[in-house]
Design a protein around this ligand. Structure first.
Ligand code: ADP
Ligand code: MG
Length: 288
């Protein structure tokens, strides 16, 4: 390999909106046959908005939103930010909270006037009315529950949109010989709906994956003999990006994701993955 050719390749990459972190990366792009895509913020825009509130019994929807948003003031999670923004839009004032605790991949809780309020997945509650479970299962978007004293009292649904370019990008990457998988901490039903919208086989959806387990999914695929490229944006994608044979981070993502990746997409668009892979392969041909 001549260093000049590499510079040309990586330099042009930067122009196209791609930062390639070193010569070895070019070789890796040639070998990859599997593409693991994080859902939120990668296949979708990640711009979550509060869409719907459902309550059990006579609880006021605003009271449910107030309780949830109060807890979420303490969280940096995109779901939390959408819920807090929803409360702000409805001009709901939020009380101070104490004892905030985050459960990564599941939710968060805090004390409001001595009562422990929890927001997140059903596993965080002792009692969840089956009607809320059914509502969560059938409502498009990501539904989290809010409750106190161990009981869920309401459900809040947030949603974002699939990026316009994602479907064509997935098809192009398939054309480049990569089999796409969808990986998310979100629920199965929502993950499958996104997979269907972008043309990913439902059998290749890995949903309800804890942040600490994302890298294990990548490792399992590698143990099956696959050479894995992973695309992600979040803090919880960092270990998986590092585990992958080729880690690709969205430029709009978090610093930790970008630090763990081999390629950074300046343009936060899945189509840039196809550009990066084609460019790397073409650069390699020039060098050889
Ligand atoms: P993703 O893989 O889609 O980026 P995460 O692993 O961050 O998702 O979160 C997985 C799931 O955990 C979310 O879909 C949500 O149900 C729940 N969750 C995590 N953090 C929070 C929070 N602060 N508030 C409510 N729910 C949360
Ligand atoms: Mg993400």
């Amino acid at each position: 390999a001549t260093p000049t050719a590499l510079l040309v390749g990586t330099g042009r990459g930067a122009q196209l909106g791609t930062l390639i972190k070193g010569p070895q990366v070019l070789e890796d792009t040639r070998r990859v046959d599997t593409l693991v895509l994080d859902k939120t913020g990668t296949v979708t825009t990640g711009d979550l908005r509060l869409k719907k509130i459902a309550v059990i019994g006579r609880l006021d929807k605003k009271a449910a939103l107030k309780a949830a948003a109060s807890v979420e003031q303490g969280s940096e999670h995109p779901i939390a930010r959408a819920i807090v923004a929803g409360a702000k839009e409805a001009r709901i004032g939020l009380p101070r909270i104490t004892d905030f605790t985050a459960n990564p991949g599941e939710g968060a809780s805090a004390r409001i006037n001595g009562t422990e309020v929890t927001v997140g997945k059903a596993v965080l509650f002792d009692t969840v009315d089956p009607a809320l479970v059914e509502h969560a299962r059938t409502t498009p978007g990501t539904t989290v529950l809010v409750g106190w004293d161990g009981t869920a009292h309401a459900a809040l649904t947030v949603g974002d949109a699939v990026r316009d370019s994602s479907r064509a990008a997935v098809e192009r990457l398939r054309g480049l010989g990569l089999t796409p998988y969808l990986l998310t901490g979100d629920a199965e039903a929502n993950a499958r709906s996104v997979a269907e919208q972008v043309g990913i086989d439902p059998a290749k959806v890995r949903a309800d994956v804890l942040p600490t387990d994302k890298h294990a999914i990548v490792r399992d695929l590698q143990q099956q003999g696959k050479v894995v490229a992973m695309v992600g944006d979040g803090v919880n994608d960092a270990a998986a990006l590092a585990q992958a044979d080729l880690g690709i981070a969205m430029g709009s993502g978090t610093d930790v994701a970008m630090d763990s990746a081999d390629i950074i997409l300046v343009r936060s668009d899945l189509d840039a993955v196809g550009d990066a892979i084609e460019l790397s392969r073409a650069t390699l041909k020039v060098i050889k």
